[in-house]
Design a protein around this ligand. Structure first.
Ligand code: XMP
Length: 481
């Protein structure tokens, strides 16, 4: 047995000491950071891979805002891959495989296909993918006879404006604007469909200049994986759907299971970045990095819905865990993701100042519109549900998914939960929440005289505070409106 001579600190135990700042305004601060080498985020924030936080809708918004979402893994492999596809389809420079329909189809079939694929128009093709026409929502909505062939309502090829496969985006924008078009089909020399550029996509690119995108202009997304053998199939399916990053995530990440899984993934797909976790001590970072991890996620028991520390007695206060792990991470060139326990923008700044490159958020994003699930009303106020992935109900659902079977009463009793179910106030849209959080980080960085997160690491000086200091830190001795 050994007892460390130093105390473990959490966010509330410290403040950052203001430093000389030559920064003129918060907007001069650059909040970009490496998720992993080769993927830099404009805002250093990830949405947590929890089933009440990140599904496709959250991941789309996170990437549009310049962060990234990690899709949780508590769903079937097919469902997770489908979620990846949805994110990858949400925005792109060119739709490489536009949804098509055959000329022989009816208006009813076109309606159904548009609804199923969530698109406003279909390219009409023959058996060899030659473009024959375009049919849009407007064409089918106004058609009276559902059995009518699409041939009679579509815009035929002769009346369509098209472009070549390598049409530059600027020129496409010009053509779409000049002819007031919604869609510009791209065709090759033989008249076969080679892609599609839509006005919507160009508008989205303009609306989200800081979005996290891949080389083909599609939003980036990460996928969580477990450490079982079918998680390799999960990885493969998600990768085929376009996933950008794997995240091997188990509660005790400093384990043989995680190390082996990271090794297997890196051996099979050396080019795909792997994040691994969670750990709470520097040896964990060292071992996961040695296995090939491109970033390490730090945090054991700090999360808002976690009871791991209560149930098991294990954990390291989050600020100390991040600071110690980051020291090793910086030596090895492996970015650290601080995961769990952040309640305010000040906590995010502290986690970054302690050496993290990025921060993962659960409950801070749980109340948003984009988090899965509808708001519930209690006493006239709206709330959303958040639950730990080791909570009782999450465990039961996972067993049901695994066994595809009815769960018996005794199964419930076998479970030892390490997380809770809770609800948080409804908070509106993610973009507004992120605006406040990133504004706080920017302001914090300017107090540190740091233009970049890397400078923040260098300039940061923490001071430990007492209960008196903590009391003084919030608003006090006033009746808040
Ligand atoms: P916040 O504080 O942002 O934390 O809500 C989110 C992180 O909490 C972790 N997590 C859990 N930890 N039991 C735990 O001990 C659980 O059931 C649980 N579910 C999530 C996870 O690391 C997440 O990103």
């Amino acid at each position: 047995m050994k007892i460390r001579p130093t105390v473990g600190l959490s966010f509330d135990d410290v403040l950052l000491v203001p430093k000389f700042s030559a920064i003129r305004s918060r907007s001069a601060v650059n909040t970009s950071a490496d998720l992993v080498k080769g993927i830099r985020l404009h805002i250093p924030i990830l949405s947590a891979n929890m089933d009440t936080i990140t599904e496709a809708r959250m991941a789309i918004t996170m990437a549009q805002q310049g962060g990234i979402g990690i899709l949780h893994r508590f769903m079937s492999i097919a469902d997770q891959a489908e979620q990846v596809e949805r994110v990858k389809r949400a925005e792109s420079m060119v739709v490489e495989k536009p949804i098509t329909i055959r000329l022989q189809s009816t208006v009813a079939e076109a309606r159904q296909k548009m609804a199923e694929s969530d698109v406003g128009g279909l390219l009409v093709v023959d058996g060899e993918n030659h473009l024959l026409g375009l049919i849009t929502n407007r064409d089918v909505l106004l058609a009276q006879d559902a059995d009518e062939p699409i041939l009679t309502v579509m815009t035929p090829k002769e009346r369509l404006i098209t472009a070549g496969p390598d049409e530059p985006l600027d020129s496409a924008r010009h053509t779409l604007y000049k002819h007031r078009l919604e869609k510009l089909p791209l065709v090759d020399g033989e008249g076969r469909v080679a892609g599609l550029i839509t006005a919507q996509d160009i508008i989205k690119i303009q609306q989200h200049p800081n979005a996290t995108k891949d080389s083909r202009g599609r939003l980036r997304v990460g996928v969580a994986l477990g450490v079982r053998s079918d998680d390799i199939q999960r990885a493969e399916a998600c990768l085929n759907a376009g996933a950008d990053v794997f995240l091997v995530d188990i509660a005790h990440g400093h384990s043989n299971h995680t190390i082996r899984m990271v090794e297997r993934l890196k051996k099979r797909w050396p080019q795909v970045p792997v994040i691994a976790g969670n750990v709470a001590a520097p040896d964990g970072v060292r071992d996961l990095a040695a296995a090939g991890a491109d970033a390490v996620k730090v945090g054991v028991g700090a999360g808002s819905i976690c009871i791991t520390r209560v149930v098991t007695g294990f954990g390291v206060p989050q600020l100390t865990a991040v600071a110690e792990c980051a020291e090793v991470g910086h030596q090895l060139g492996v970015p650290i993701i601080a995961d769990g326990g952040a309640r305010t923008s000040g906590d995010l700044t502290k986690a970054l100042a302690a050496g993290a490159s990025t921060v993962m958020l659960g409950s801070l994003l749980a109340g948003t519109e984009e988090a899965p699930g509808a708001p519930v009303v209690r006493d006239g106020r709206q709330y959303k549900v958040v639950r730990g992935m080791a909570s009782l109900t999450a465990n039961v659902e996972r067993r049901r998914l695994d066994a595809d079977a009815v769960i018996r009463e005794e199964d419930w009793n076998e479970i030892v939960p390490e997380g809770v179910e809770a609800f948080v106030p409804y908070r509106g849209e993610v973009a507004d929440v992120l605006h406040q959080l990133v504004g706080g980080i920017r302001s914090g960085m300017s107090y540190a005289g740091a233009e970049t997160i890397e400078q923040l690491w260098k300039n940061a000086e923490f001071i430990q505070i007492t209960a008196g200091g903590l009391r003084e830190s919030g608003s006090h001795d006033v009746n808040r409106l």
